[in-house]
Design a protein around this ligand. Structure first.
Ligand SMILES: *[C@@H]1O[C@H](CO)[C@@H](O)[C@H](O)[C@H]1NC(C)=O
Ligand SMILES: *[C@@H]1O[C@H](CO)[C@@H](O)[C@H](O)[C@H]1NC(C)=O
Ligand SMILES: *[C@@H]1O[C@H](CO)[C@@H](O)[C@H](O)[C@H]1NC(C)=O
Length: 496
């Protein structure tokens, strides 16, 4: 695989010779065929009406909602109660929500926020810091009238480090913040620590602030952080911008286009920008094993996933007690690349659709992606659109790679995610805020359609279309307990 990666540069046939996604023990998957052969064949021969094409690509109509994050009357407290430190677990998108909540908690407590510490995630293994990912100056500047933020603790508190908290019980660490804690909880449990010691360190902190019964000012501040204060560092933004340009302006002839955009900037002025879809495909071994679904990879794959469940979770995976059929009909199985391809084809995307794959690592590698690529030959990703030099700085850094994908996803005409999760939720919320199209797969419906082994293409297609009419980004108002980062209205949007 390593060798193959090197070849990508030299040979423009790369798309044929080398998979875009690296295989995860490819031997488990040799000879994988499309699982839904009949649907797949019909999908390959699909004919798409022009009017259907026009409809699917048309932007969302204007909504009676507008962005609303300015918190009138917000001001800095007369005196800071002390320094607030948070340590954030999870991947990039979970940490993003944690940052927004940290700003809100600092505001609630009149504390000075220390730039949050990003923990290294055991799955993603990226040690990038806040400063490596987000533009700190912009962050501090946008929030300067709302809260005080410091990059580092002053010398007198320099003892308050991750190592310090990792080695003994410390009175300045708050370890027991309940999930979705209330304003009162912070005032009763964290404020006294700030007042006694001048500092409080909260860890763990993910999902530790409620979404309900908060002052409007605090909700709007959370959205301001998410949608305005958090921007990526310039080299991520410019790489993302380059990818977007290549998606919009390359000729579609992969081999030649690649050489062109790497070696010279073509004259863009008189070309119509092409539209593109971003498909977020999270299909790693961890998730596949945890779902306990059958993904059609045969006996070897089943055994491999069962073994993984045994090793990682000692077999204690709730889903294991259900049959594949039960899980599927409840919509609890992440879509495979093939299933996602069939979904997109049924929705009306033709084989000229530019598809950008936002994906880290696909379990099963190229064998798993082949059916999707056959349905959508103009499929690209970070690697196919760049030279290794361009990716060198962020290579193997999961958070930075995810940040590039986030950027490209925000620029796409349509975003679709193959499984619900943090990235899906973060982008759905952000795109709702910008009134952009996002397709939200109806997992239970798809599970049921895929269970029908005799279903015809036309029944499949009409089932898919009907089931996704109102799942293309139309505004849904937040319900109690749901996240404002996924459903920003009505808290962060005002009726227009
Ligand atoms: C797209 O599909 C049509 C048939 O619907 C076929 O003639 C054409 O070759 C396909 N194009 C590609 C690039 O596969
Ligand atoms: C924060 O400061 C404001 C005024 O600056 C004050 O009204 C409020 O009670 C303070 N809150 C806490 C928790 O200290
Ligand atoms: C399965 O698909 C066939 C053909 O499209 C259809 O007639 C049948 O009603 C479907 N079965 C179920 C259980 O939906």
């Amino acid at each position: 695989m390593k060798l193959c990666r090197g070849l990508v540069l030299a040979i423009s046939l790369a798309g044929l010779l080398c998979p875009l996604v690296h295989a995860d023990s490819a031997s488990e998957f040799t000879g994988m065929k499309p699982r839904y052969m009949r649907l797949f064949k019909s999908a390959l021969e699909r004919e798409t009406l022009d009017e259907k094409q026009a409809e699917i690509w048309s932007p969302l109509p204007n909504q009676p909602w507008k962005q609303c994050t300015s918190s009138s009357g917000s001001s800095l407290p007369e005196k800071s109660e002390g320094y607030l430190q948070v340590f954030l677990d999870g991947g990039l998108n979970q940490q993003r929500m944690g940052i927004c909540d940290a700003v809100a908690v600092a505001k609630i407590l009149n504390a000075t926020l220390v730039i949050p510490y990003l923990e290294v995630n055991p799955v993603w293994q990226d040690s990038s810091s806040f400063e490596d990912i987000f533009d700190v100056e912009h962050f501090i500047n946008v929030l300067k009238d709302d809260i005080s933020i410091v990059r580092e603790l002053p010398n007198e508190f320099s003892w308050s480090t991750r190592e310090y908290y990792g080695t003994a019980i410390r009175p300045t660490r708050i370890k027991t913040a309940p999930v979705h804690a209330s304003v009162n909880w912070y005032q009763e449990n964290v404020l006294p620590v700030l007042q006694s010691y001048g500092i409080a360190a909260i860890s763990p902190f993910s999902h530790r602030l409620t979404f309900d019964n908060l002052p409007m000012e605090i909700q709007r501040l959370r959205c301001k952080v998410n949608f305005q204060a958090l921007t990526f560092v310039p080299h991520i933004t410019s790489l993302g911008e380059a990818l977007v340009n290549r998606l919009r302006y390359n000729s579609g002839d992969n081999a030649n286009a690649k050489t062109n955009y790497i070696h010279k900037v073509t004259d863009l002025s008189n070309k119509q920008p092409a539209k593109f879809v971003v498909l977020h495909l999270r299909f790693d071994k961890d998730m596949a094993a945890h779902s306990a679904c059958d993904f059609g990879g045969g006996k070897a794959e089943k055994l491999a996933l069962a073994k993984y469940r045994q090793v990682i979770w000692q077999g204690r995976v709730l889903n294991s007690q259900f049959t594949d059929e039960e899980l599927r009909s409840q919509g609890r199985c992440p879509l495979t690349p093939e299933e996602t391809g069939l979904l997109l084809a049924a929705l009306g995307f033709d084989n000229n659709t530019r598809l950008y794959l936002a994906s880290h690592k696909v379990y099963g590698g190229e064998a798993r992606v082949a059916a999707l690529r056959e349905l959508f030959p103009l499929m690209e990703d970070k690697k196919t659109l760049t030279s290794p030099d361009e990716l060198f700085e962020i290579k193997k850094k999961a958070s930075l790679l995810a940040a590039v994908d986030y950027y490209v996803s925000m620029q796409s005409d349509i975003f679709v995610s193959a499984s619900p999760g943090n990235m899906h939720n973060a982008l759905m919320g952000h795109r709702t805020y910008e009134n952009m199209k996002t397709i939200k797969p109806n997992m239970a419906l798809l599970g049921q359609l895929f269970l029908n082994k005799t279903i015809t293409w036309s029944d499949f297609q009409s089932g898919v279309m009907e089931g996704h009419n109102d799942r293309q980004g139309q505004m849904r108002l937040r319900k109690p307990k749901k996240s404002i980062y996924t459903y920003p209205a009505p808290d962060c949007m005002c009726s227009a």
